[in-house]
Write a protein that binds this ligand. Structure first.
Ligand SMILES: NC(=O)c1ccc[n+]([C@@H]2O[C@H](COP(=O)([O-])OP(=O)(O)OC[C@H]3O[C@@H](n4cnc5c(N)ncnc54)[C@H](O)[C@@H]3O)[C@@H](O)[C@H]2O)c1
Ligand SMILES: [Zn+2]
Length: 375
């Protein structure tokens, strides 16, 4: 696997009318204004939406690049962090964009992590009934997961990601070099999703991660383009077959049923990647007990998560009722009871598995529930 430019095409729509490209290349950000300038009509204005951290690190430089390429561009910045995924932020962005004269031929450019991608994408989906947007993800999580697939949205006081739309980007531009400035904890967050994708869908990729665990954990720049490209290609293939999340796309929820409940129970004090890692371990321990997952595969999963410095020891959940009601919330969304996505081997998942509540009780009651499985 080498570090050259990689292009992945996502084929969507009858006749592929919503097909778009995902370009992965080190140093891409510096070339972005020219790249966009080449493929878009003259006179089209670009509205960059970013957050306060990314604005400082990359936003202003990108804005200068547009100006040098004689493309009309404006930069709008929101506060960094999950709290920006709100109706207030969307309203403020709508107001700015309308006052700045956005029209349907304008282009929104989401420059940042998953928060920026989700908010800017939602603004693009809703303003003037939809304007095109491109994703330029700058966290590992956004590069391997949230920037691809067209799910955009914000949080509601009643729950996360409850307000949103499906709005596919016109293109996704990924520059692995920007990960050099990403804090370690944010990098690990993204690695949890990489493990999830490999464990669920691709045994060979999982083995590659095992073989190169140390270099990957350290963020070795030579490996990142290949790792991002493989993760994106796997996700894109699923999105192509189930754009609206009616069935197959649920494989991407591996570790997320228990993970979400843990996030909710700790009032989001647990980072998403850590919750997903713990969710994968807990759900996989259950899969072993159900006779779905070979013990060896479970051990390999736990070992890889550990190598990536992700937590594997399920914590004591203090607020059990919040945990259980979050699980029940996930349940109610599906008619007909608890349906889990469980690992049935590395590279293989079982969808819609019923998990008897006794396993969840055990998970909450015994600190040793997961410890019982050698790892
Ligand atoms: N739409 C989807 O399909 C989908 C999928 C998964 C997650 N999400 C959403 O993604 C969000 C989480 O995204 P995230 O983990 O990227 O968080 P984030 O966007 O909050 O970014 C994390 C932090 O890193 C900073 N940052 C971003 N790029 C940086 C860089 N290159 N260098 C230094 N700092 C940088 C940000 O300012 C922020 O402080 C959640 O809201 C989640 O719901 C969406
Ligand atoms: Zn996730």
């Amino acid at each position: 696997m080498s570090g050259k430019k990689k292009v992945i095409t996502v084929n969507l729509g009858e006749g592929g009318e919503r097909t778009y490209r995902i370009v992965i290349e080190a140093g891409l950000l510096g070339r972005l204004p020219r790249l966009l300038g080449d493929s878009h009509p003259a006179g089209r204005s670009v509205f960059i939406i970013t957050d306060s951290n990314v604005e400082r690190l990359y936003g202003r430089r990108l804005l200068r690049g547009f100006s040098e390429a004689n493309i009309d561009a404006t930069l709008l910045s929101v506060a960094s962090g999950e709290s920006s995924k709100s109706a207030d932020t969307v309203q403020a962005l709508h107001t700015h964009l309308l006052k700045l004269g956005i029209h349907r031929d304008s282009m929104i450019l989401a420059l940042g992590g998953g928060v920026v991608g989700d908010v800017a994408g939602f603004v693009a989906a809703t303003i003037l009934r939809g304007v095109p947007y491109v994703q330029v993800p700058t966290t590992l999580l956004a590069q391997v997961d949230s920037s691809v697939g067209g799910k955009v949205g914000i949080n509601h006081p009643l729950g996360k990601n409850l307000i949103g739309a499906f709005h596919q980007p016109a293109a996704v531009f990924i520059d692995p070099d920007v990960l050099k400035t990403l804090p370690r904890a944010e990098y690990r967050n993204g690695l949890a999703e990489v493990v999830k994708i490999a464990a669920a869908l691709d045994r060979k990729f999982f083995r590659y991660l095992q073989r190169n665990a140390r270099a990957v954990a350290e963020g070795n720049a030579r490996m990142l383009p290949a790792i991002i490209a493989r993760s994106v290609a796997l996700k894109a293939a699923i999105v192509e077959r189930d754009e609206r999340d009616r069935g197959l796309r649920k494989v991407l929820n591996l570790g997320h049923t228990v993970g979400h409940a843990l996030e909710a129970a700790t009032r989001y004090a647990t980072r998403h990647g850590e919750a997903v890692a713990l969710g994968m371990v807990a759900e996989s321990a259950i899969a072993v007990q159900l006779g779905l997952l070979p013990q060896r595969d479970f051990e390999n999963l736990v070992r890889l998560l550990r190598a990536f410095k992700l937590p594997v020891q399920f914590p004591t959940v203090k607020n059990r009722s919040l945990f259980l009601s979050a699980l029940a919330g996930d349940k109610k969304a599906e008619q007909g009871g608890t349906k889990y996505v469980l690992l049935a081997g590395i590279g293989k998942v079982a969808l819609g598995v019923d998990v008897p509540s006794v396993f969840i009780q055990q998970l909450l009651a015994e600190r040793s529930f997961i410890g019982r499985f050698r790892h």
